[in-house]
Ligand binder design. Structure first.
Ligand code: NAD
Length: 350
């Protein structure tokens, strides 16, 4: 491949929300979830290559704004994401995001993308990829506690990747459950709306908690969790924001993305700093055990890590060229003489 002309590098492909939605429909949502899960898993295989750091968080009374950077040595990426649980009361979303990829050898950006939709896809793909390794064999029923923006994506990923065909739903706001049921009608899953979390988890082999509340919440207590289940706890992702009673952590084998970040943000923030955890990348490359018995409780303490966003952006970049679903943004100044930025500015005066 010949190196791009400098002027070509001045234009950065931008994937708007509208084009992201067209891309999802073009590929098919379940196929895309499957593909992104494979990209995420492939990058977990290359784990040691990546620059890793806990995400950089700016906390405020109502929420958090975070930057999530990483690099594999060839490509650099970051995501900007917020988490504001009270936003929905104002008609705004809890989570919005955008992200960027850049070439490490020049530092020039190569992709800018909306990531609100893409984050929901990548979070669901990650959950299902992890469940593919840890959930009990033959799992068919999932309890979905928290029926907000992420919930349908979580359900469809678990269907496409793990074969879940029965969903038991609970949310403290009945309207959220009604919305999820409406959206998933015709998906091929049996949907059961439940009035309590206890009812929702009945007979479920996978329990997903994906609630938003800026507090130490107790969505699941210890007596609710039976032997052998897989818990996909993804809603608690901030200091002071958890979903599980800590007694559950003492009974479960806990799997995490990147321990230095999860110890700050995950369910394990409730535990001592040396609380034992298994790193996902080691399960994925076979150097650490995943599920070892039918009665074991496996717990994915998922907070979302930068490599997962990197994988999702990498997938979008790879799928863009043959679809044309992007606009070229005039985003990087491109003076004829790279040292004459000021001259370019003056000549533009006309
Ligand atoms: P959302 O605000 O759209 O939905 C959250 C739902 O939780 C709401 O319907 C709310 O009524 C419900 N809820 C709140 N408290 C509850 C309780 N005690 N019991 C039952 N339901 C309750 O938010 P979302 O976009 O779906 O995100 C959910 C959570 O997931 C957020 O905390 C977000 O930060 C987190 N998240 C994590 C990741 C990750 O990678 N781990 C990625 C995206 C979002």
């Amino acid at each position: 491949m010949t190196a791009p002309e400098p002027s070509e590098l001045a234009y950065v492909p931008f994937v708007s929300v509208e084009n992201m939605m067209k891309l999802v429909h073009h590929i098919g949502v379940e196929t895309m979830l499957h593909d992104i899960a494979d990209y995420i898993e492939a990058d977990f295989h290359r784990w040691e290559l990546f620059d890793k750091t806990p995400r950089v968080a700016s906390h405020s009374e109502k929420g958090v704004i975070e930057l999530m950077p990483t690099s594999d040595g060839e490509v650099y990426g970051f995501k900007y994401v917020n988490g504001h649980p009270s936003n929905t009361k104002e008609g705004l979303q809890t989570v919005t995001a955008f992200g960027l990829l850049a070439a490490v050898d020049t530092g020039y950006p190569v992709l800018l993308s909306e990531m609100t939709v893409l984050t929901a896809l990548r979070t669901a793909a990650t959950s299902a990829m992890v469940a593919r390794h840890l959930a009990p064999k033959g799992a068919r029923t999932m309890a979905m506690i928290g029926n907000g923006a992420q919930s349908e994506f979580q359900a469809l990923a678990m269907k496409a990747i793990c074969g879940i065909d029965h969903l038991r739903l609970f949310d403290s706001d009945r309207r959220a459950t009604e919305k999820t049921v409406r959206n998933l009608e015709g998906s091929g899953m049996t949907l059961t709306a439940c009035t309590t979390p206890e009812l929702a988890i009945e007979g479920a082999q996978i329990i997903t908690t994906c609630t938003a509340d800026k507090q130490y919440a107790t969505i699941l207590t210890d007596n609710m969790v039976g032997a052998g289940v897989h818990i996909n706890a993804i809603g608690g992702d901030c200091p002071g924001k958890t979903e599980l009673h800590k007694d559950i952590l003492n009974r479960a084998t806990v799997f995490v993305e990147y321990p230095p970040q999860t110890r700050i943000e995950g369910e394990i923030q409730q535990m001592p700093g040396d609380f034992p955890v298994t790193e996902l990348w080691q399960v994925i490359n076979g150097s650490a055990p995943g599920r070892v018995s039918d009665r074991q409780i496996t717990l994915f303490d998922g907070v979302g890590f930068a490599t997962e966003d990197f994988s999702a952006l990498r997938y979008v970049r790879d799928r863009l060229t043959d679809t044309g679903l992007y606009q070229n943004l005039d985003m990087v100044a491109d003076p004829d003489d790279p040292r004459d930025l000021f001259g370019m500015l003056m000549r533009s005066k006309g």
